[in-house]
Ligand binder design. Sequence first.
Ligand code: GDP
Length: 440
Amino acid sequence: MFDNLSEKLDKALHVLKGHGQITEINVAETLKEVRRALLDADVNFKIAKEFTNTVKEKALGQNVLTTLQPGQLMVKLVKDELTELMGGDAEGIDLSGNPSVILMSGLQGSGKTTFSGKLASFLKNKKTKKPLLVACDVYRPAAIDQLHVVGGQIGVEVYSDRDNNDPVALAKAGIAHARANGHNVVIIDTAGRLAVDEEMMTEISNIHKAITPHETLFVVDAMTGQDAVNTAKAFNDRLDFDGVILTKLDGDTRGGAAISIKSVVNKPIKFIGTGEKMDAIDVFHPSRMADRILGMGDVVSLVERAQEQYDEEEARKLQKKIAKNQFGFDDFLSQIQQIKKMGSMKDLMGMIPGAGKALKDVDIDDDAFKHIEAIIHSMTPEERSTPSVLNATRKKRIAKGSGTSVQEINQLLKQFNQMSKMMKMMQGGGGRKMMQMMSG
Ligand code: GDP
């Protein structure tokens, strides 16, 4: 995400980051580079210019030249300004209705249907929400099918009526269905077109007028840069939506849309899509995004993701097993699955400060655990629960079954033993012991 922009900003600020002398000239030069980085990121010219002017004013106002660490102060000023530009504080969505009605709008291919599914799944995981998806694309039967597939994947009901070709009536029927069946959130997926046209605008505004949704969201593909911003403007002029959803940020190395959209339409970005899978959704936090752009990582989001996956019941069971020395490969496997649920490896790495840059050119295999999983799957239940029975013959059999080598199995066993030992220590109140072990 935003690799190009991050790299260029890093270069621009690098001169000042060192502790060399800072002069008004190199501040000006740095800001020129910052502006160029923004323009390359497909940020609108006017916004980029205002951005650097504001940072310059603030820098001079705070006497950046005479502070002890001017480089750091400049990075902070740039970070604050980026945050401000992207919207300041994170904004949630209005879920106060019963049902709360969320209307999705956007061009075809922007990721509307995918996002409708992601949002439904996101809300469903909140336990108190029972979402209903409504298919309102009356032109493409495939779009209705797609929503049903998505609904099936995440276990959320989909309302559709192939005999009804009036989108307004369909939306109303969907809401009535939700009311009758105890759904407290209704997500309405509408038809898009390849480009902004009058017919689509009239249709979506008619739906909007007829159902007065609690939340109207505009979905846009971040990879389209300035086009995304222009489309947002066209929709906003007609629809006056409440928030923007930026999809495909995983493929967006430039970041222009994320940075410009808020200041052009004056509507907050509320969520981002970072992949094709149903769990690739994040609440948009301007300040955390600014951190990521400036290569500072996003530890808060990382911890939040870990917490989302944390299952107290499971954790308690695991603790008991460790205490009784019963931690086996099945538990190891379920730990791996929990990590995988947190997102793609590349995405997770990007949240660790400094790691994103360091790993920029490294192709992180999302199937990093594939071999380990294959090995464990090739073990018998006995071998999984009592790894000590694994002798040479068994290892050979497992290697063959999993398409790996005995060497890989030995390595996994070593890791497994280390992990078990460490867990045992943590259990016995031995945090101190573990620290000692780790420090050498
Ligand atoms: P719609 O026509 O607006 O409903 O768009 P779809 O939901 O069908 O999405 C169009 C394509 O974009 C599909 O192939 C999706 O898998 C893909 N897509 C949607 N959101 C994301 C995302 O956040 N990241 C990536 N990489 N692909 C996405």
